[in-house]
Design a protein around this ligand. Structure first.
Ligand code: FE2
Ligand code: FE2
Length: 196
């Protein structure tokens, strides 16, 4: 293995520890999102380097949320502070990982920074539109939302497959990315590609 790859891998292992120890639920979600990103990347026929970038972007997309775990007992305007952290967690994550890892593949950094952007401009923090959003964050966005809907929360159960398909069919998500993911599950999701 190339020494750059070795030092990068040791940074990744340290980052995994940071995330795993600070927030177990986010860590488990991130592992699932990472696996889904891999499925999408393979479904889109990307090369092994791109598959690796997508997998890493999925794994670290929410690392900015590690800054939120100490806010629970924060006095004062907790709601406002948490709202800001939610809004800026993609940027905090990208900054954190850049400082922590030094040189960092731009595709992975983009996957973290832009994973809440939507093709229709309704995402955050930059409200980017269409082609302004690179492929890897489009993949992380779909994997992220899919996992959120497919997991139960303290206040609700997992959504039905029909509701998941309906949500991913809305404007904002890349149709090719959505179909690469849902095709993986075959008939289970009964997804019809738009225009087919
Ligand atoms: Fe996020
Ligand atoms: Fe997420």
């Amino acid at each position: 293995m190339h020494s750059d790859d070795e030092s990068m891998n040791s940074w990744y292992s340290s980052l995994q520890c940071v995330l795993e120890k600070s927030d177990k639920a986010t860590w488990e979600h991130s592992v699932r999102v990472s696996e889904l990103c891999k499925v999408i990347a393979e479904g889109l026929g990307l090369n092994s380097k791109q598959i690796n970038f997508a997998t890493l972007a999925g794994l670290f997309h929410d690392i900015g949320k590690t800054f939120m775990t100490n806010t629970v007992n924060y006095p004062g305007k907790l709601a406002e502070r948490e709202k800001n952290l939610v809004f800026y967690h993609p940027l905090l994550g990208e900054r954190f990982i850049s400082i922590f890892c030094g040189t960092f593949p731009s595709q992975v950094a983009e996957g973290i920074t832009f994973h809440h952007e939507r093709l229709n401009g309704r995402g955050y923090p930059y409200s980017l539109c269409g082609e302004e959003i690179p492929l890897i964050p489009r993949m992380v966005a779909v994997a992220d939302v899919f996992d959120a809907m497919n997991s139960s929360r303290p206040y609700r159960g997992a959504l039905s497959k029909k509701d998941i398909v309906a949500e991913l069919d809305r404007p904002g998500y890349d149709v090719k990315v959505v179909s690469a993911l849902l095709k993986h599950y075959g008939r289970e999701y009964n997804y019809k590609i738009k225009g087919s």
